[in-house]
Ligand binder design. Structure first.
Ligand code: EPZ
Length: 420
């Protein structure tokens, strides 16, 4: 397995281009299943998760053309509404094919995604919503088997805010008979980007971005061309990397408008941030002030930025309290940061981080995507050398990570481990 070797101490400076959003591209790729006409997407990030989903959709009979960040999907010959365990287990967001397959084919057999490092991550709300729309759903032998000649519009209420749950049900409702109202809907920008793409395909959707989304079903959707929004979590991650090193940089192809909570915290920590139309400029102080945070659904502080801020707080001035309210096990980066010398106490879903003057390089292990990013940020400021193992987690969500960090002046290189 590849490793990342980081020589700490470089102050990041310069310019970095942000890629398309992984968590917008994944549901939008699944939206292609809803129509017989080609869907063309641009600004699709080149990530392992995207490749995995394209492989899953391709084995269903969908023709895929990919050139750089442009992907065209033609689902006219879709003939295998099955998502097998071997593919789904490597990428839980595969559950996003469930709603589109039931809506388009009247049937779907999708492997349960299973949990992952950060939590059990059940999909009961996805199933409950499809049942409310008239689908017969059985969960057997590790698969969700859903059947519905045609889904019927319904009033849906999710027990908690669920991003992919909202996305799955919104896609399913596009072809249902009648109106569907999703109450307690997720407000994330990626939900809005998906809705914008679906509307371009002829769907009738209003309220995306609020907690009540109305979808009036139509007979069929048509093809479209859609540009995927910028990745706000990649944006936040690079803002944190520059902030941790006391650097100054300009992030292009992105916007601060989806990151108010994160930008606020970085400014509280002492950074100067200027938002431009299609870029963000950040200038960090020599040392950050510790900032408390509590993760919540959008527009509050995103759980996907919690690990990165724990790394910032590890070397900040003062003590920070971090509360993780979305996932039950999303502090695994803490023990790895402690190996680098961080002073962190964990009590349930609360972490108390006492800033230290310096971190020391060490060998650490990545456990999940955003935890890996946290270790990269810590490695950038730790003295001497940090080796991060299992960086396949990083490759799932950060396009050309080394190249982008090198362009900002980081001393980083990938050690490719031949697996014989
Ligand atoms: C999406 O995951 C993102 N993934 C996650 O990003 C992100 O952390 C998460 O939303 C929260 O913002 C994609 O969009 C592909 P949820 P999702 O359903 O949809 C519980 C990353 O790093 N729940 O909003 O799976 C669930 O267990 C990834 O890019 C149920 O109990 O998250 C969690 O505690 C990590 N039953 C909470 O709700 C359900 O049916 C929120 O989960 C669904 C969810």
């Amino acid at each position: 397995m590849d490793k990342l070797l980081i020589e700490g101490g470089a102050r990041l400076a310069g310019e970095v281009a942000i890629s398309g959003a992984k968590n917008a591209a994944l549901p939008i790729l699944c939206a292609a299943l809803l129509t017989r006409e080609p869907l063309t997407l641009t600004n699709v990030p080149r990530l392992n998760d995207i490749g995995t989903l394209l492989g899953l959709i391709g084995q269903m009979g969908v023709r895929i053309e990919r050139e750089g960040d442009r992907v065209t999907l033609d689902a006219s010959a879709l003939d295998n509404p099955v998502a097998p365990y071997e593919l789904v287990k490597t990428m839980r967001a595969s559950i996003l094919v469930l709603g589109p397959l039931v809506a388009r084919c009247g049937e779907a057999r999708v492997s349960l995604p299973g949990g992952c490092a950060i939590g059990a991550r059940p999909v009961d709300q996805h199933i409950k919503g499809l049942q409310a729309m008239g689908a017969e759903v059985a969960v057997e032998h590790g698969y969700v088997h859903a059947v519905a000649r045609r889904l019927k519009g319904a009033r849906l209420f999710t027990d908690m805010v669920t991003v992919t749950g909202t996305e799955n049900l919104m896609m399913a409702a596009c072809l249902a008979d009648g109106e569907t109202v999703i109450e307690n809907a997720a407000r994330e920008p990626e939900v809005v980007d998906l809705a914008n793409c679906l509307v371009a395909m002829g769907a009738n959707i209003s309220g995306a971005g609020t907690d009540v989304i109305r979808i009036r079903g139509v007979e069929r959707l048509h093809g479209a061309t859609h540009r995927v929004m910028p990745d706000r979590i990649e944006t936040g991650t690079y803002l944190c990397a520059v902030a941790a090193t006391g650097g100054e940089a300009r992030l292009t192809g992105t916007s601060a408008c989806y990151l108010d909570a994160v930008v606020d915290k970085l400014m509280d920590a002492g950074c100067e941030i200027v938002s431009e139309r299609d870029a963000i400029h950040i200038k960090a102080p020599a040392r950050l002030d510790a900032v408390n945070l509590r993760t919540s659904p959008y527009p509050a502080f995103p759980t996907d930025m919690q690990a990165q801020f724990m790394a910032l707080n590890a070397i900040a001035r003062g003590t920070a309290v971090i509360r993780e309210t979305i996932f039950e096990n999303r502090f695994m980066h803490a023990v790895e940061l402690q190996r680098l010398g961080a002073d962190i106490g964990i009590d349930g879903n609360t972490a108390v981080v006492r800033g230290v003057d310096r971190l020391q390089g060490a060998t650490v292990m990545a456990t999940d995507l955003r935890a890996s990013a946290s270790l990269v940020i810590a490695g950038l400021v730790a003295e001497d050398e940090t080796v991060i193992e299992r960086i396949y987690h990083l490759d799932r969500g950060y396009e050309r990570l080394e190249a982008k960090l090198l362009a900002l002046g980081a001393r980083v290189r990938r050690i490719v481990q031949r697996v014989d």
